[in-house]
Write a new protein. Structure first.
Length: 255
């Protein structure tokens, strides 16, 4: 009889310890405990020590820290009928723990699915050039649409970033050819602009020389000196009488 009483007392003690352990919860600063009492929502509890009524209360722990989630690569057909693979990363956090538990079965999975479908929907409305060049605008559009859809779940989407846009090989070659053609066009434009400026300067120089005959003769002598220097030789040339007359007339005017 005594042994039975000891066994019963030990069983009661263990049961009491188990019930007490299940009735006490320690909630961290970045967590909330959503409590249900007989199936009815009581509300979030924490942080700190939370006491539950055994058997009567049930709880679900929800994290409040920002979650970083990769959106798997999605096959997208752009508005100009180009097939690309696009992946992204999404940053979100729970701002209402009760709504995240009550309004959706699994808010992590639901947010992931919403991000994938929105990625295909928004980017499929763009042309390839817009997809490559206007990344910031598309990120903002994705963030606004996804955040609007997850708001009833108590989930706030802060940032959506498109990571990679994988193009088909033939499209990569076409873009490379287009870039090469653009570089050639710019080179030709710059060359033509240089030729135009050089021609304008030559026209101005010709106008100056036409007004001063002596300048033409000096230019002639300078050219001969350059030829002799480059070829390392002696150049003999006849001096026209008209050439000397230009210098003589200049000397007479000074006298």
């Amino acid at each position: 009889m005594l042994s039975f009483s000891l066994a019963l007392g030990f069983f009661v003690l263990v049961f009491a310890l188990v019930v007490l352990a299940n009735a006490i919860r320690v909630v961290r600063e970045y967590e909330r405990l959503v409590v249900f009492r007989l199936g009815r929502l009581i509300g979030p509890r924490g942080p700190g020590l939370v006491l539950l009524i055994p058997i009567v209360d049930r709880s679900v722990k929800v994290g409040l820290r920002t979650v970083t989630m990769d959106v798997p690569p999605q096959d997208i057909i752009t508005r100009d009928n180009v097939t690309v693979k696009v992946n992204a990363v999404i940053y979100f956090r729970v701002i209402d723990a009760a709504q995240a538990v009550v309004q959706v079965e699994n808010f992590l999975y639901a947010t992931s699915q919403i991000a994938q479908t929105t990625l295909r929907s928004i980017l499929g409305q763009q042309e390839l050039d817009e997809l490559l060049a206007e990344r910031e605008k598309l990120n903002q559009a994705l963030q606004q649409v996804i955040d609007r859809q997850t708001e009833p779940w108590g989930v706030k989407v802060s940032t959506v970033e498109v990571k990679n846009v994988d193009l088909p090989q033939e499209m990569q070659r076409a873009i490379a050819r287009q870039a090469e053609a653009e570089r050639e066009r710019r080179a030709k434009v710059i060359n033509a602009e240089g030729e135009y400026q050089a021609a304008a300067r030559l026209a101005e120089a010709a106008a100056v020389i036409s007004r001063e005959p002596a300048a033409l003769q000096l230019r002639y002598l300078q050219t001969l000196a350059e030829i002799a220097t480059e070829n390392n030789s002696t150049t003999i040339f006849p001096v026209p009488v008209d050439f000397l007359k230009a210098f003589m007339s200049a000397a007479d005017r000074k006298a």
